[in-house]
Design a protein around this ligand. Structure first.
Ligand SMILES: Nc1ncnc2c1ncn2[C@@H]1O[C@H](COP(=O)(O)OP(=O)(O)OP(=O)(O)O)[C@@H](O)[C@H]1O
Ligand SMILES: [Mg+2]
Length: 428
């Protein structure tokens, strides 16, 4: 479909769609769109094409896509003012952090700042601290990228490095997220950058969220804090940050809110981005350091054969796998094996420890991160199977080369990389 749009109008395109600007002058979050770059809009996303001079568009629309003209520029004036504030800072490097609720335009504002800074010949890095709606690294990670040319969507960037947290919501992993971001910020500064734009998750309301955001700000120690606000809902956060003089930025009114389902779908595109061309690798457990999961992390614990025999006899079966820890005992049995509850109780009474019964197959689909022996993040993978007898892990991953450590997450994916609910988690 071709479309002509006059100057001083904005074409809002809802994905899935792709757009080529064939003539005229058009900006997308500060990127000058031209005939040479095809701009892809993912499902659940909307991009504003701000027409500076009468322009023609070639638009391909997928199912559910939409293109609509509106008057004026949908980028709030306060975004340009924010850029000015940022440029007033004379020291380098400048770390800027962006805070705001979900669907407030955080990612778009980061994209806008990045593009505008690039046109001023600055070296720019984006540090993505949003686990659930990550733009740069795989979902469940925080990550960064250096940006060398203007972009319409941060999603098109490849992560330079990432830090795996293993969950989609920061509320259960606040310290880990902060640890990851501090580490990555340090790495960016060591590699050299004029500006570091830090994006964050949308968990900003309520006491816990505010204390987490204040801590994050304290630890990252940015030169400037931007807070995107819709209707005054962030007053408590602003009060908590008062001494640090946050700069208020408006949330665009043309934003398209996304449902929880759409957010999940967008996340799944993130898994696909980092799992394409994945192959299955079988790796012996004892070649790996396994972290993040008590059961697998414990396989090296010393096993007292006599005691094990005693326990098997109380259970009246030999399990597939058995691991005794300080306060609990993991017992893994086959998918269809039956085990008598009374026998488990007998083991608990005998050992004075809690028995955790695991069925083979429960591990399938767990998301994991893979690292080399220098602790460099290599990529993500999905656990296909744990062979408890031969002590092998079968991992689906595009990572090739030496894998020394794996960290298991708490998210599970099915064969199409769709999330399967496992642990009740509040979703952001
Ligand atoms: N000025 C604008 N005009 C039209 N659409 C916009 C504008 N700014 C942002 N959008 C669109 O609104 C949606 C939400 O914006 P964005 O993704 O930047 O918000 P966010 O706060 O990062 O959301 P999340 O919490 O999901 O990370 C996106 O599809 C984005 O492209
Ligand atoms: Mg975002």
């Amino acid at each position: 479909m071709n479309k002509t749009v006059d100057a001083e109008k904005t074409l809002l395109v809802d994905g899935p769609a792709s757009v080529i600007v064939t003539s005229g002058s058009v900006e997308v979050f500060g990127l000058l769109a031209n005939v040479k770059n095809k701009i892809v809009i993912r499902e659940g996303k909307r991009l504003p094409f701000v027409v500076k001079e009468k322009a023609t568009f070639e638009i391909s629309m997928g199912e559910g896509a939409n293109a609509e003209e509106v008057d004026g520029d949908t980028i709030p004036h306060s975004w340009a003012m924010a850029l000015e504030e940022l440029l007033k800072i004379e020291t380098r490097p400048v770390v800027a952090i962006v805070l705001g609720p979900i669907d407030s335009g955080k990612t778009s504002f980061c994209t806008y700042l990045t593009n505008k800074l690039l046109s001023g010949n600055n070296k720019v890095a984006v540090l993505d601290g949003d686990l659930g709606q990550s733009d740069i690294g795989p979902p469940c990670t925080v990550a960064y990228a250096f940006v060398t040319k203007p972009i319409a969507d941060l999603f098109s960037l490849e992560a330079k490095n990432a830090f795996f947290v293993g969950v989609t919501s920061p509320s259960n992993a606040q310290e880990k997220v902060i640890e990851g971001l501090v580490l990555l910020k340090k790495e960016i500064l060591e590699r050299g950058s004029d500006f570091v734009i830090v994006n964050t998750d949308g968990w900003v309301e309520g006491e816990d969220a505010i204390s987490y955001k204040v801590q994050l700000v304290e630890k990252l120690n940015p030169e400037i804090i931007f807070v995107i606000q819709q209707n005054g809902e962030l007053t408590p956060l602003l009060n908590a940050l008062k001494g640090l003089k946050p700069v208020l930025v408006e949330s665009p009114s043309a934003i398209k809110q996304r449902s929880r389902e759409k957010r999940k779908n967008l996340r799944e595109l993130g898994y696909i981005k980092y799992l394409k061309n994945a192959k299955v690798q079988s790796i012996p457990w004892n070649w790996l350091k396994i972290e993040g999961n008590e059961l697998f992390s414990s396989y090296k614990t010393y096993e007292d054969i006599k005691r094990a025999r005693e326990i098997y006899s109380l259970l009246r079966m030999k399990p597939l796998f058995f691991s005794e820890q300080k306060d609990k005992i993991f017992i893994v049995i086959g998918r269809n094996r039956w085990i008598n509850k009374d026998n488990i109780e007998k083991v608990e009474n005998y050992t004075k420890k809690k028995v955790i019964l695991v069925r083979k197959g429960e591990e399938e689909g767990l998301l994991m991160a893979l690292y080399n022996s220098d602790k460099k993040f290599l990529g993500i993978g999905v656990l296909q199977e744990a062979d408890y007898r031969k002590k092998f892990l079968k991992i689906l991953t595009p990572v090739s080369g030496e894998i020394a450590t794996v960290i298991l997450g708490k998210v599970k994916l099915d064969k199409n990389f769709k999330e399967i609910p496992v642990f009740a988690e509040e979703e952001i």
